[in-house]
Write a protein that binds this ligand. Structure first.
Ligand code: F6R
Length: 237
C-alpha cells in the first residue's frame, strides 16, 4: 500500500486528479470505477479543469459507477446518476455510451445486477477503481455484515449509512433504504485501487481498515489484500 498525505481536502482532490490523469495518459482507453459522495468532488473538479485545458481526454475511456439508490431514477436530484452528470459526465469529453451506473429504478433489479457485471466483464474489468470510505468502513455500498458479496447486488443500507447520507436529503425518512452496489469481487479485481479519505471523523475507521484484522465487519479492511493500492488522505495517522 502506498500512503500519500494531502494537506487538506482541496489538496486531496488535486492530488487524486493528478494520479488519475497520469493513469489516463499512460492508458487512454482506461476503464475507471468511480465513486460519488462528498470526498471526490474536488477530484472531479480538478479532472474537469485538466480536461478542459486539453491535458487529458476521456474520449476513449469507460466508466462504471460503484452504486445507485434503489427507487431513484437518473433524473432524481439525489440519485448518483444525477450527481455524476452534474459533477463529471457533463463537464468532460467522455462519450455517453461509455458511462455506466447501476439503475435503481428498474422493475427487475436482479437482471440489472447481472447486466452490470456482464458490462464490466465485457469492458475487460476495472483498470483503476477509485473509492471513498464510508464511516462504517463500507466501500461502494458493501456494508459490514457476516459475508462479502462478490457480484453486483442489492443491499439494505445500515442505520449508520442512512444517518450519514441524510445530509444530502430533506430528512432521514427520505433516504432510500436500499441500494444497488458493485460487489467486492469487481472492486478487488481492479488492477489498481485509489482510496480517498478525508476528514478527522474518519480517522478511526481508516486506522481499523489498515491496521486492524481483515474482517467482514470492516469491509474496507479487505483492501489490505490488494496488491496495488494507493491511499490519499488528509488525516495524519
Ligand atoms: C459512493 C460510495 C460510498 C462513499 C462513502 C463515503 O458512491 O460508494 O462508499 O464513497 O460513503 O462518502 P463521502 O465521501 O460522502 O464521505
Amino acid at each position: 500500500m502506498e500512503l500519500i498525505y494531502a494537506q487538506d481536502n482541496l489538496n486531496l482532490g488535486q492530488m487524486a486528479a493528478r494520479w488519475v490523469a497520469r493513469e489516463l495518459l499512460i492508458c487512454p482507453d482506461l476503464v475507471l470505477g468511480l465513486p460519488t459522495g462528498s470526498t471526490p468532488i474536488g477530484m472531479y473538479q480538478s479532472l474537469t479543469r485538466l480536461c478542459q485545458e486539453g491535458i487529458i481526454s476521456f474520449t476513449k475511456a469507460r466508466t462504471f459507477n460503484l452504486d445507485e439508490y434503489v427507487g431513484l431514477a437518473a433524473d432524481h436530484p439525489q440519485s448518483y446518476a444525477f450527481y455524476m452528470r452534474e459533477h463529471f459526465w457533463s463537464k468532460v469529453d467522455l462519450q455517453v455510451e461509455n458511462e455506466d451506473i447501476p439503475r435503481g429504478d428498474v422493475a427487475n433489479l436482479d437482471e440489472e445486477c447481472q447486466r452490470y457485471d456482464a458490462a464490466i466483464q465485457k469492458a475487460g474489468g476495472i483498470g483503476v477503481q477509485i473509492l471513498g470510505l464510508g464511516p462504517n468502513g463500507h466501500i461502494g455500498f458493501n456494508e459490514p455484515s457476516n459475508n462479502m458479496e462478490i457480484h453486483t447486488h442489492v443491499v439494505n443500507l445500515s442505520t449508520e449509512t442512512i444517518q450519514a447520507n441524510t445530509r444530502f436529503f430533506s430528512d432521514s425518512a427520505a433516504v432510500p433504504r436500499q441500494a444497488v452496489t458493485m460487489g467486492v469481487g469487481s472492486i478487488m479485481q481492479a488492477q489498481k485501487i485509489l482510496l480517498l479519505v478525508s476528514g478527522e471523523s474518519k480517522k478511526d475507521i481508516l486506522t481499523k481498515s489498515f491496521y486492524g484484522p481483515v474482517s467482514t465487519a470492516v469491509p474496507s479492511s479487505i483492501l489490505q489484500l490488494h496488491t496495488d493500492l494507493t491511499v490519499i488522505t488528509d488525516i495524519k495517522l
